[in-house]
Design a protein around this ligand. Structure first.
Ligand code: PGA
Length: 259
C-alpha cells in the first residue's frame, strides 16, 4: 500500500510575523525539492493569515502545494469561549489541517483523550484533516507500558469514528521523551509503535482502511536522522518541531520522504 507522505512543521509559539512570512515564502519557493510529499505549515494562530497569504492560498489551495494547518482548536463551532479558535475559523483562514492532542496540549493544557476525541470529530465535521498525536512518556516506556498507553490514546482519541472518517485522519506518533530533547526514537522503536498503531486502526475499521491512514513520526526529527525513519514501512512522514523553523532543515527532512 503506498501512502502519500506528509511532513508538517509545528512552529509552536515561535517566530514573529516577519520571520514567519519569510519562512513560509522560502518553503513555498522550494517545495518542488520534496516532490510527492504533502507539506504543511502550522504557525501560531496569530500568524495563520500572514503565512496563508505568503503561501498564496486562495481558498485552501496554494500554487506551491504547501498547505496550512492550525496547532489546536476548540471543539465548538463558535460561542463564548474567550481566547479560543473555532474549526470554521481555521477553514476560513485557508487551513486544511489541524494538530490535535499534541503532548504539550495534553500535559500543559489538560487535554484528555475525551477532549481530543471531541475535537477530532468537529475537525472532520468542519472539513479539516486532524493530525492526532499520541505518545508515551519516558517513565511509561521504561515501565514497559508504551503499547498500553498508545493503545488507550488511540482508542480514546478516535472513539466513535466511522471507517470513512478514520480514513481521513492523520496520526502522529510522538514519544514525549523525544520531543524537543534531541533524543530521536530509533527507526526500529518508531516502526514498532507505528505497526502497533496500524494494527489497532485495523481493528477499529478494517485492514484496508488502516492501510490508507498516514502515520507520522515526531520527536527530534532532523535532516540527518530523517532518511532512516523514512525507509520504515509504517512511517509515512514527520511532524517536525524545532527543525521546522529553518527552511533548509524542514526541506531537508521533506526530501528524505520524497521519491
Ligand atoms: P521536535 O518537536 O521536533 O522539536 O522534537 C516535535 C513536536 O513537538 O511535534
Amino acid at each position: 500500500m503506498s501512502r502519500r507522505k506528509i511532513v508538517a512543521g509545528n512552529w509552536k509559539m515561535n517566530l514573529d510575523r516577519a520571520k514567519g512570512r519569510d519562512l513560509a515564502l522560502a518553503v513555498a519557493a522550494r517545495s518542488a525539492e520534496a516532490a510527492g510529499v504533502d507539506l504543511v505549515l502550522c504557525p501560531p494562530a496569530a500568524y495563520l493569515e500572514t503565512v496563508g497569504s505568503a503561501l498564496g492560498l486562495s481558498g485552501s489551495t496554494s500554487p506551491s502545494g504547501v498547505t496550512l494547518g492550525g496547532q489546536t482548536m476548540h471543539d465548538k463551532a463558535g460561542g463564548a469561549f474567550t481566547g479560543e479558535v473555532a474549526p470554521p475559523m481555521l477553514v476560513d483562514l485557508g487551513c486544511r489541517y489541524v494538530i490535535l492532542g499534541h503532548s504539550e496540549r495534553r500535559t500543559l493544557f489538560g487535554e484528555t483523550d475525551a477532549i481530543v476525541n471531541a475535537k477530532t470529530k468537529s475537525a472532520l465535521a468542519a472539513g479539516l484533516t486532524p493530525i492526532v498525536c499520541v505518545g508515551e512518556t519516558l517513565e511509561e516506556r521504561e515501565a514497559g507500558r508504551t503499547d498500553a498507553v498508545v493503545t488507550a490514546q488511540i482508542r480514546g482519541s478516535l472513539a466513535g469514528l466511522s471507517a470513512v472518517e478514520l480514513e481521513k485522519v492523520v496520526v502522529a506518533y510522538e514519544p514525549v521523551w523525544a520531543i524537543g530533547t534531541g533524543k530521536v526514537a530509533s527507526p526500529q522503536q518508531a516502526q514498532e509503535v507505528h505497526a502497533l498503531i496500524r494494527s489497532l486502526l485495523g481493528s477499529l475499521a478494517s485492514a484496508e482502511v488502516a492501510g490508507k491512514i498516514r502515520i507520522q513520526y515526531g520527536g527530534s526529527v532532523k535532516p540527518d536522522n530523517a532518511a532512516d525513519l523514512a525507509v520504515q514501512p509504517d512511517i509515512d512522514g514527520a511532524l517536525v518541531g524545532g527543525a521546522s523553523l529553518k527552511a533548509d532543515d524542514f526541506l531537508g527532512i521533506a526530501r528524505a520522504f520524497s521519491g
